[in-house]
Structures are given as C-alpha cells and as structure tokens.
Design a binder for this molecule. Structure first.
Ligand SMILES: Cc1cc2nc3c(=O)[nH]c(=O)nc-3n(C[C@H](O)[C@H](O)[C@H](O)COP(=O)(O)O)c2cc1C
Length: 189
C-alpha cells in the first residue's frame, strides 16, 4: 500500500483525461493505495508567478496541494498531448514545487485520439520529472484512440487495458517500495 498522487493534465471542458483519471483512481484504490487526486481544473491555479517556497504566505489551496505532493510516495501523471508535448496546465501545476518531489518515482499514462497515444508528451514529461528529482519508471502506459477505450465516468470499454495497467502498476509499485526503503536510510540532500 502506498500513497500516490494522480496528476491530471487537462482543463478542457470536453476533456477525455477525466475519464482516464477516474478509471486509474479506481484501479489504484482497488490495489489498496491511497490516491491524492490533483486536478488542475479544480485547482484553477494562476500561471506561475512565485513558486510555493517563495510565497509569503502561500494560499490555503497551494498549501493543501503541497501537502498532497509531500505526502505522496510516487506520482502518476495522466497526460494529454498538445502539439507534441504536455499541456500548459500540467506544466504549470508541477512547476510550483521542486524539493517536494525529490527521491520519489514517477510514472506516466498518456492518451490521444490518434494512433500514438500521446507518446511525444510522455518523452517530454520524462525530462521534466528528471529535473524535478522524481525519475520516471522505464515503462509507460499509452492509450491510443482514447475515446474508444473509455466512456464517461471512466467506464472501461477495452478490457485489454486491465492487463496492461497491471503490468505497468506492478513496476511502479516496485520502484515506490525501493525508493521508500532507500529514503528511510537518508537522502544525499
Ligand atoms: C491544442 C491542442 C493540441 C493538440 N496536439 C496534439 C498532438 O500533437 N498530438 C496528438 O496526438 N493529439 C493532439 N491533440 C488532440 C488531443 O490529444 C485530444 O484533444 C485529447 O482529447 C486531449 O486530451 P483532453 O481531452 O484530456 O484535453 C491536440 C489537442 C489540442 C487541444
């Protein structure tokens, strides 16, 4: 059992990402994980002026968000692909913090309506998580033709994704436990 921050990337009114996110949240909870859902639409954060650590005082909303990021043992991003990268909403949400992510693993689920499932966004997000000190696990889960895989409310339409998710999340859980054990012995900084 771990605490996982599930970070959504879309604030579009017609977003497919919420269907993916709701399914992932249920699947993680089925595996006994505590899930902190981080939804940029609900957060409605302004474009970054000051990072959290520079704010005097930070807003209650950001203090709560920081609590979720600090509390998490790992991060699972649910990213759309906009012009071959991640969304501005995802990047803006991540950028408010830095040290809070250190020495914890990240994992990436991407999706798109086309055949490639958002893999360009995944590659960019790997670089971003590396800079945030939350290295991304080797496997990622991409969901092509997302509108045929999920219906409203996160109803799964393509059962093949259950097995894909199991393989993916088992790897993530391995890294979560490995880094948790290592963090307990101390970190270099
Ligand atoms: C500004 C914008 C740029 C997009 N660029 C890409 C792209 O480069 N590659 C792709 O596969 N889909 C692209 N799409 C399609 C999105 O993947 C699709 O709209 C998806 O549903 C977005 O996720 P969301 O519905 O959760 O916002 C783009 C969509 C938008 C709005």
């Amino acid at each position: 059992m771990a605490t996982i921050a599930l970070i959504l990337g879309s604030v579009r009114r017609d977003r497919q990402g919420i269907n993916v996110g709701m399914w992932l949240e249920r699947m993680l909870k089925t595996r006994e994980h505590i899930v902190h859902l981080i939804d940029p639409l609900m957060l409605d954060l302004p474009l970054l002026d000051r990072m959290y650590k520079e704010m005097t005082p930070p807003s209650k909303k950001l203090a709560e968000l920081r609590g979720k990021i600090v509390d998490a043992d790992g991060y699972m991003a649910v990213t759309p692909e906009y012009n071959h990268s991640i969304s501005a909403a995802m990047k803006n949400t991540l950028d408010y913090f830095l040290e809070e992510y250190y020495f914890k693993p990240s994992s990436i689920v991407s999706y798109s309506p086309g055949a490639f499932g958002g893999i360009n966004a995944t590659q960019h997000l790997r670089n971003i998580f590396a800079e945030l000190g939350a290295p991304t696990i080797p496997s990622s889960m991409s969901i092509p033709k997302v509108h045929t895989v999920f219906a409203r409310g996160g109803k799964l339409l393509d059962a093949a994704f259950e097995n894909r998710f199991t393989k993916f999340v088992e790897e993530f859980e391995w890294y979560i436990e490995a880094l948790k054990n290592q963090r307990a012995k101390g970190t270099p900084y």
